[in-house]
Write a protein that binds this ligand. Structure first.
Ligand SMILES: [Fe+2]
Ligand SMILES: [Fe+2]
Length: 301
C-alpha cells in the first residue's frame, strides 16, 4: 500500500417509512415486524440522521463507504426501491458497497427481485448476483458475504451456508497470497456468543474456523446496533472484529447508542499495515457529528 485509504463503515440504517405493505406481502412475520416498528423503532430511526452522518463522511473525503445491511425494515419491494434511491444519494456504485441484512431479506418475496435491485452496489449484474463477492478498491479487497435468510417470526438468525464459506475460503487464501488488505463484510456478528441464539449466525463455528485458518485484516459487521471491538486469534495474526451501531438512531434505545459510524484509515508503517479506527457520531440528538473515540487496531498482549 503506497497511500493511506479511508473506509467509512455504516450499518443498520433501517430507513423509514415502511411502505408498500400490501396484502400480497402480509404475513405473521411482517405483521409482528410492523407492530414493532410502530411501537418502538419508528421513534428511533430517522433517514435525516443517517444523511447527516453520510454528509460527515463525505466532508472528511472518505475514499469508500460500506453499509453492512439492514437498510430497510420489512423487506418490502417499495422499501428496496426507496433504499436504492437513497443509495444513489449516498454515492455512485464505485464509491459505495452494500451487503444485505436480515431486515432486507426478511420474509416471502412472491417472486419479487428484492435486494437484487442493489446489485450494482455489490459489484454484480442483477442476474448474476451471488455471494460472496469481491470488490478491489485500491489495495483493499472487500469480501461481501450474505448472512441474511428468510426466517420465521421472532427469529433474526443468519446463515452463510457451506458453499458461501467454501468460496470465501478460496477468496481469502488467494487474496492473502496477493498481499491484498482483506476486509470481510458480514451483517450478523461473526462469533456465536455475540448475541442470543435467536439472533445469531447459525454457522458461526464454520465461519470462525475459516477466519482462523485463512485470516483477514479486518472483519466488520452490524445487527446488534451496538459498537464493539473484539479479537479473534488466528493462525498468522489476530483478526479484529469491529461492529458498527445503527447510523440512523436519533434516540438511544436500551444499550443502543445514538447514531454513529466507524471510520478506518489504512496505512503502511515499517512494521506493516496499521489501521486507525475512529468512531464518529452524535453525542446529543440535535448536536453535530463529532469524533467519539480514536484508537489503533492493535492486539496488545
Ligand atoms: Fe438492524
Ligand atoms: Fe439485523
Amino acid at each position: 500500500m503506497t497511500a493511506t485509504f479511508t473506509l467509512a463503515h455504516f450499518s443498520d440504517v433501517h430507513l423509514p417509512p415502511v411502505s408498500g405493505f400490501t396484502w400480497r406481502y402480509w404475513n405473521a412475520k411482517r405483521l409482528l415486524g410492523y407492530l414493532n416498528w410502530q411501537r418502538k423503532r419508528r421513534h428511533v430511526h430517522f433517514a435525516e440522521v443517517a444523511d447527516r452522518l453520510i454528509a460527515d463522511a463525505h466532508a472528511l473525503r472518505t475514499d469508500h463507504i460500506v453499509i453492512t445491511g439492514d437498510l430497510v425494515n420489512l423487506g418490502l419491494p417499495a422499501e428496496h426501491e426507496a433504499a436504492l434511491a437513497w443509495l444513489r444519494r449516498v454515492g455512485p456504485p464505485g464509491r459505495v458497497t452494500v451487503i444485505p441484512g436480515n431486515h432486507d431479506i426478511y420474509s416471502h418475496m412472491h417472486g419479487d427481485r428484492g435486494v437484487a435491485r442493489w446489485a450494482e452496489y455489490m459489484d454484480a449484474e442483477e442476474e448474476t448476483l451471488a455471494f460472496p463477492f469481491v470488490r478491489r478498491i485500491g489495495s483493499l479487497a472487500l469480501i461481501g458475504l450474505n448472512s441474511a435468510v428468510e426466517t420465521p417470526p421472532f427469529v433474526a438468525s443468519g446463515l452463510l451456508g457451506a458453499r458461501q464459506i467454501e468460496i470465501a475460503r478460496e477468496q481469502l487464501a488467494r487474496l492473502g497470497q496477493e498481499g491484498a488488505v482483506r476486509v470481510v463484510l458480514i451483517h450478523h456478528p461473526p462469533l456465536a456468543g455475540m448475541t442470543t441464539s435467536r439472533r445469531s449466525l447459525r454457522d458461526a463455528a464454520h465461519f470462525v474456523h475459516l477466519l482462523e485458518r485463512e485470516g483477514a485484516e479486518l472483519v466488520i459487521y452490524g445487527h446488534n446496533h451496538t459498537p464493539a471491538v473484539d479479537w479473534l486469534p488466528a493462525r498468522e495474526k489476530p483478526v479484529p472484529l469491529v461492529a458498527a451501531a445503527s447510523a440512523s438512531a436519533g434516540a438511544a434505545l436500551g444499550d443502543e447508542p445514538l447514531a454513529r459510524y466507524n471510520l478506518f484509515t489504512f496505512f503502511d508503517t515499517p512494521n506493516g499495515l496499521r489501521i486507525r479506527h475512529v468512531v464518529r457520531g452524535l453525542e446529543t440528538p440535535e448536536g453535530p457529528v463529532v469524533k467519539l473515540s480514536e484508537d489503533v487496531l492493535e492486539k496488545l498482549d
